[in-house]
Design a protein around this ligand. Structure first.
Ligand code: UN1
Length: 510
């Protein structure tokens, strides 16, 4: 295919595009000589290409290249670094359709959502380009006469960027853009389900003018490449988005080295529907956030906590609309729900259906979708359980698929307790026409993101993104808050009195 006959695919063998690692500005083979395949989850017969199964030695090479590039990159004025980010944003905008098509083919999300994913990458590139002209420190009065006090922010060093497959363009950009504008250099390890998206992204970064070694790409497994990045004493900061289990594994290793670490992990996001809600609007918001991206968003709604007096009316609407959703290849613009990412994801969702049958009542879905061409992909019917109790497993555990649990409660106070009764805290929402209830929710919901009269997805890149409790470890992506992960503070005191000044102790007499 013409669109993948690119620099990265220069290693093509026997007609199958074979993509390289990107180290020190060059596309190279892994020292281990092994490759792995990437296939279309909507049709497993469609082979996208072969990718390098990177090794710990490849990671070490990439880290060395990033270390070598660091002094020059950090010395470039931040506004100039920002100009390269801006050029990269423009290139992404120019290639938006090509990137979106490649994403739908490799990851499966429907094409309109893939375009949105690329757009989030463009948005953060432009936002962070502007941060190159801000990156504020503080200038404050000193407590002593003839003394200047200020703080500035400086890059940390090499950033290890480990990303998931569900937002294969947006999330790498959320992490790499702030890391780079801050003056760090990057070693990027993408998920093994979406190496092609990562490769296309890095190709555009090279074209935009990021100097050799500033951005390095190492595809391969978490156990081999990811661990090597996390364990390396030469990587100063790690940013990871993915499962809680992997997050804990990384946190233990990074913690032993006192390494800075930003984690974005699981979610069990809930929508509260009060008795006075607009039920048609609530239905739209719930369906979009539960079954969009086939439920494979950190922000996906997987619990509806609804006032018992309206549960039947809401369920009726949800059931009718869920039955009408069209499954298929996301490349077809009339399709609503694409495939799950891989066979493991299908097995995991199927396992939760068995659990759900014993805990609640299955209203719709509950099985693999295999009719016609769907048999070639990883499809699962949108599923709704009713009568779920807050502490049931399907009401507590992250499923990361198209499975929605409906939990009836009595009134606002019971809804808040149910909503907060989870170890996660990423996103939440409330549908109500009562302004007082909306303001209570803004105060009471224990999540990093709260929506009023909208579903749980749709975060914009200029506000902080991240979760409370076990969803993360207190850091945020997006917004200027993202810079906190990638910058060190330096406080500077300039004494122009010509005398010894002793802070917190009286100034000596003249
Ligand atoms: C994620 O699933 O990790 O708010 C990111 C949203 C998107 C980002 C989701 N803007 O759903």
């Amino acid at each position: 295919m013409a669109e993948i006959a690119t620099a990265a695919a220069a290693l093509t063998r026997q007609g199958v595009p074979t993509f390289g690692l990107f180290i020190g500005g060059e596309w190279v083979e892994s020292t281990g000589g092994q490759t792995f395949e990437s296939r279309n989850p909507a049709d497993r017969r469609d082979l996208i290409g072969r990718f390098q199964a990177g090794t710990a030695a490849d990671a070490a090479r990439a880290i060395r290249a990033a270390e070598t590039a660091f002094p020059v990159w950090r010395a470039m004025p931040a506004p100039k670094r920002g100009e390269i980010l801006y050029a990269f944003g423009q290139l992404m905008a120019q290639h938006k359709e090509r990137l979106a098509q490649a994403m739908t083919r490799e990851m499966g999300k429907v094409i309109a959502e893939a375009r949105g994913d690329v757009q989030e990458g463009i948005d953060i590139a432009f936002l962070m380009a502007g941060e190159g002209r801000r990156m504020f420190g503080d200038t404050v009065p000193s407590e002593l006469p003839d003394k200047w006090a200020m703080s500035i922010r400086q890059p940390i060093g090499v950033a290890g960027i480990i990303t998931p497959w569900n937002f294969p363009i947006a999330i790498p950009c959320w992490k790499m853009m702030p890391a780079l504008v801050a003056g760090n250099t990057v070693v990027f390890k993408p998920a093994s389900d979406t190496p092609h998206c990562a490769t296309l992204l890095v190709e555009l970064m090279a074209e935009a003018g990021f100097p050799p070694g500033t951005v390095n790409l190492v595809t391969g497994s978490g156990a081999e490449v990811g661990d090597a990045i996390v364990e390396s004493p030469d990587v100063a900061v790690i940013s990871f988005t993915g499962s809680s289990a992997t997050g804990k594994h990384i946190a233990e290793r990074a913690g032993r080295r006192l390494k800075r670490l930003s984690l974005e992990l699981g979610g069990k996001n809930g929508v509260v529907v009060l008795a006075d809600a607009d039920l048609d609007l609530a239905t739209d918001g719930i369906l979009w956030s539960a079954f969009g991206t086939t439920g494979q968003r950190c922000t996906a709604c997987s619990r509806v906590i609804v006032d018992r007096t309206v549960v039947d009316r809401l369920l009726g609407r949800l059931e009718t609309r869920a039955r009408a959703l069209r499954l298929g290849s996301g490349a077809d613009p009339s399709v609503d729900v694409g495939p799950l990412i891989n066979a493991g994801a299908v097995d995991k969702v199927a396992g939760y259906i068995d659990i759900g049958r014993s805990e609640g009542e299955l209203i719709v879905g509950g099985e693999r979708a295999t009719a016609g061409d769907l048999a070639h992909g990883h499809f699962f019917a949108p599923t709704i359980f009713s009568g779920v109790r807050p502490m049931d497993r399907i009401g507590q555990e992250e499923i990361f698929g198209p499975v929605l649990s409906v939990i009836p409660v009595d009134g606002y106070d019971a809804a808040v307790i149910a909503l907060n009764q989870t170890r996660y805290g990423l996103s939440s929402s409330i549908f109500t026409s009562d302004a007082n209830a909306a303001f209570r929710a803004m105060r009471d919901f224990e999540t990093g993101i709260v929506y009023i009269n909208a579903g749980t997805t749709g975060a914009e890149t200029h506000l902080p993104f991240g979760g409370w409790k076990e969803t993360g470890n207190g850091h945020r992506e997006a917004g200027h808050a993202a810079l906190d992960t990638y910058l060190e503070w330096k406080s500077i005191y300039v004494d122009f009195s010509g005398k010894l000044h002793r802070a917190q102790i009286a100034t000596p007499p003249d």
